[in-house]
Design a protein around this ligand. Sequence first.
Ligand code: EPU
Length: 409
Amino acid sequence: MSDVFAVEGLAGEKRLAGTIRVGGAKNAILKALAAQALFEDEVQFLNVPEIEDVKRMRELLTYAKSTPVLKKDIAERFRASIVLAGPLLARHGEVTFPFPGGCVLGERPIDLFLNGFVAMGVAVEETGGQFVLRAPKGKLKGAHIVFPFISVTGTETLMLAATLAEGETILENAAMEPEIGHLAEFLNSCGAKIQGTGTPVIRVQGGPLLRANGKAYTTPPDRIETGSFMIFAALLGKEVTVTDCEPAHVGALTTLLTHAGVPIEVSKDSITVRAPKEMKSFSVRTHEYPGFPTDLQAPIAVLLSQATGEGTISETIFDGRFRYADDLALMGADITVMNPHRILVRGPRALTRKNLESPDLRAGLAYILAAAVAKGTSVISNAYVIDRGYQRVEERLQKLGLNITRKQV
Ligand code: EPU
């Protein structure tokens, strides 16, 4: 049995109205849960989204309580599993893990993680599809690590490992995503010494196990959900307010939509999007934070299919993130894949229904969006990959007036 979503399209009518709440950020809580392995005592977690990847991380943690091993069949299901390798290695002096799974977005190697661990004194052995890492004398050594390019989970994993290492670790060309600074702030309140998050150079002074002493980690709002809902609203909303979000984290998207002609009003923790008279096309290039996030490029392609004129999307982070383009073209979008990193979208074009299989988490959300724009009812299978990152998305979209239902087949 697997779940599918049936979506009745609005044939381009701008009918959605009301408020939609943003949940806790997947890519924040997963790393915070992994950081539990740095603590002597239990950490409490608040605003936790009930999504599949969170369940998987909790399963990994339960298993790793007795032995520093990432259980293969679980770790192979999501990329963030590898983040737990850092704290386990730092705490126990050894860790065993398989090549991590996750969305298929082209090559997703782990060389930056392995090179970072080696710089911290670790010996790497690869046997039977598993990596076994050991620190001599059971302790990591602080190191000066310069990333050849920016990696979000690479930065997080080494930052976490460094909190229990001997001496200072410097991470250069580090990722600046807000979830990293938010986690560091919490860890610092529990005894860690991390400086420089939000800049390209992070310094970590290693020390003993952390203590929460009853303090709770509150998951920050998911900026990709925020952006996805804003795009929904721009395409199909009369007036929609996205609540419980952090507007400062979606600045690049807000600027793009505003220039395209979408009326947007920002308050402290909510964003109201009103129906534009006309939406002009634009070009966009994905970039590490604070640039335009790669996780919003599939939804933005659907938006461009409905905007007037020609726009391009350049994907600079991943090699294989346009796998959705053919399906959108079959629905009627005018999309040309110029090369593996660039597509051209001409609009507006009316879309018609199609049964689709969600290829990955973010493209899956884009398929719901395309189905909602189209004429007729579409069925989107492989709902699991959407559930990996969006908690009961259908219930929240129903509240705005979209006819979307979950079915078991
Ligand atoms: N890379 C390497 N070697 C490495 C690590 C990364 O070559 O050892 C490459 C990747 O293949 C990619 C680039 O470096 O081409 C940047 O990837 P990064 O490591 O930053 O991505 P990630 O940490 O695997 C996280 C998010 C992704 C998000 C990217 C980019 C998590 C769990 N995942 O992935 O989120 O797209 O950063 O912002 O935090 C999603 O939520 O749907 C998702 C895919």
